[in-house]
Ligand binder design. Structure first.
Ligand code: COI
Length: 354
């Protein structure tokens, strides 16, 4: 059976909840818009496409995603400028979701159809897209195994959902990060480049320990030697040393971030020298000691560009240059903010008006 766009059933909420939300004080991920999109996979095909009021789900306690973690997700955002709503690089998110699906033995989603469904969802919930400079509508597509079966095998049934939430900043201050040299986020040959739920669960315990010691997040290093830097918290990581932008290359253990790709693309366009390569902890610490490390920041959808104020390594904290001196990351932050709201020329085809 070939599911078509016209097959999306729409059931609207009787009474919007939007008036319950304080849009001047939005926290990240606590408020949910009126509607969600759902579809199911069974008998070898995606079916039952619906946009309906945001609501709880009901499942068997034996649902396999809960036990074995066949569960993947994406994160992207929509932005407002006046009456216009824009989406940023949605196609890239759905393409990445299918790469994650492949790695996790999950059936691929029909990218065009889901993209269209998202546009319809955003049209219906357009009033939920906040207008403030630091605000946006966070879009959470996710896909998980629903077989009622406790044996271990790829599920035969799945559910795909998109809900959205108006959000403010993810981080409210520049980050203090600690280089993690005991635990690992991902190993070569593992699932580090897939956006799967388990990667985030595995990060919680080491992150909690760092937080108890006064840091906000970790700098993840490779699983073999803890010699190479991979990511920071839930973000990709980048450095400016001298006049070069340096970022760990996509080794297989690193999430291929869409913000990461946008930042690298802009840097090249602006004439910066860009190096994507293995980055050692040693070179970053040395550059911090000599003052050559001018900037360090995380790049991710939720956090956008998150400045790193301090890096802790082997019991020593290295304070990095003041945020206002950081030419590249401030420029890229401002540019992306403007571009996403239709205030810059989009020569890359990243912006889509809803
Ligand atoms: C995102 O940046 O979209 C993420 O996946 C981070 C999330 C854990 C909030």
């Amino acid at each position: 059976m070939n599911t078509a766009i016209s097959d999306i059933k729409i059931k609207k909420i009787a009474q919007s909840r939007i008036h319950e939300v304080d849009f001047d004080n939005i926290k990240f991920g606590r408020e949910f818009s009126d509607h969600m999109f759902t579809m199911e996979y069974k008998d070898g095909t995606w079916q039952n496409l619906e946009i309906k009021p945001y609501q709880n789900l009901s499942f068997s306690p034996a649902m396999s995603a809960l036990h074995y973690g066949q569960s993947i997700f994406e994160g992207l955002k929509a932005y407002r400028k006046g009456d216009d709503v824009f989406m940023f690089r949605a196609k890239d998110n759905f393409a990445r979701m299918n790469r994650s699906a492949h790695r996790m033995c999950i059936p691929e989603i029909p990218e065009e159809l889901v993209h269209h469904a998202l546009k319809q969802l955003l049209t219906i919930d357009a009033n939920w897209v906040p207008g403030g400079e630091e605000s946006s509508l966070y879009i959470r597509p996710f896909l998980f195994a629903t077989d009622e079966y406790v044996g271990i095998k790829p599920s035969a049934t799945y559910k795909f959902i998109i809900f959205t939430c108006p959000v403010g900043s993810y981080y409210t201050e520049p980050l203090k990060v600690k280089v993690e040299t005991e635990y690992t986020r991902a190993a070569q040959g593992g699932v580090g480049e897939a956006k799967c739920a388990g990667n985030y669960a595995a990060s919680l315990y080491p992150a909690k320990q760092a937080q108890e010691n006064g840091y906000h997040q970790l700098v993840w290093t490779d699983g073999k030697e803890h010699k190479y830097i991979e990511e920071s918290g839930t973000m990709n990581i980048m450095f400016i040393i001298g006049n070069k932008l340096i970022s760990p290359n996509l080794s297989g253990a690193i999430l291929p971030g869409i913000t990461r790709n946008s930042v690298l693309t802009l840097a090249k366009d602006w004439g910066y020298e860009v190096e994507e390569r293995p980055v050692t902890v040693d070179e970053i610490i040395k550059a911090a000691q000599t003052g050559e490390l001018k900037e360090a920041f995380g790049a991710g959808t939720a956090a956008t560009i998150a400045q790193i104020a301090l890096i802790g390594h082997e019991g020593i904290d290295y304070k990095l240059p003041a945020i206002e001196t950081r030419e590249f990351s401030n420029r890229v932050y401002d540019f992306l903010n403007n571009l996403k709201r239709g205030n810059e020329t989009d020569k890359w085809g990243w912006i889509e008006k809803i």
